[in-house]
Design a binder for this molecule. Sequence first.
Ligand code: FEO
Length: 405
Amino acid sequence: MYNKRPIAKNIFHVGVNDRHKNLFENYLPLPQGVAYNSYLIIDEKVALIDTVELSCADVFFAKIDAILKNRAIDYLIVNHIEPDHGGCIGLVKQKYPNIQIVGNAKTFDMLKGYFGIDTQLFEVKEGDSLVLGERSLTFYMAPMVHWPEVMVAYEGNDKILFSADAFGTFGTNNGDYLDVHLNTDKYWDEMRRYYACIVGKFGVPTQNALKKLSTLDIKTICSTHGPVWQQELSKVVGLYNKWSRYEPEEEGVVIAYGSMYGHTRQLTEAVAEGIVAGGVKNVVIHDVSQTDTSFILSDIFKFGALVMGSPTYMGGVYPLIEKLLCAIEHRGIKNRLYACYGSFTWAGAAVKQLTAFAQTMNWEIVGTPVENKQAVFADKYQAAFELGQTMANRIILQTLNNENP
Ligand code: FEO
């Protein structure tokens, strides 16, 4: 029962797959579920690193019991207390009343607030170590990746980083937890969506953490979500490095549009035709009424250019476009090439607002925004096509400049 193969000698994965939750943080769709990872180290002392969401407590404790039998846990290391990882802290404390909880000052403030626990605490600061026997853990603070109390733990014998949310992804671990045994293709889009939605606002803290961790020799990353990374470790770190600098992964354009009666949609087709005619092949089109904002946000992290289209709605932009603008602004996404277009019936406002948004973001506005009144006739279709062509030309020039700086 349960996969008890260790990650390294006497280090076990005791995380669980959540296949029931539909919405992470009650708003982000989980088409492939999510895993909450927890790890158990058995040495002269026994340490548990993070827990899982409360709804998964039964499987979590069954896994621990299957490995530990009746042995007690000496330390609970709380790298991140958010309830998807800290959910079972109260139950762990009940089951192992002599346990010491390891965290930093910020952890302990939250520990008291969430669980009323303020005794049997073992406080660690930057660079402090906890000796377990043959193994010891050294702690590094990683504030705002993704909460202020976040820290990571490094085990030097086998060079394992217990990284909290960092390098995590949506998607369950199907059949195994170790990347070597999995087809990891399904994770890359979900990892970017996870990053964009959960950590995306915190690019600078993520960069700071990456710089700090770059001094460590790391062979295995044990995140709190998704696979344990060994084979794909350098790819995962490289992606986090790129995303946290807001650098696109590849050349391409996201077109995100809203449309009530099809006129802005017609312009979307024209813009897309112009982009491809201009020589850029990667065009991803999202109707904001059909695609959840999180997936669009993920593609905006992936590609370096964004074109947005909106009808004028109550003197502003379409409501779901407004939601997307808000999500982009919250993440502070930098350095995008941008164009916009839209439709109106009696008084145009959306294009003006879409243009002002790009100015707020300090993005480069490419071409002349296209604003269409009522039905789309040939002149506006052509203008939207040319806007797409102009965008393609600018993207190609940017790619050339990046290749030959
Ligand atoms: Fe997976 Fe920030 O919790």
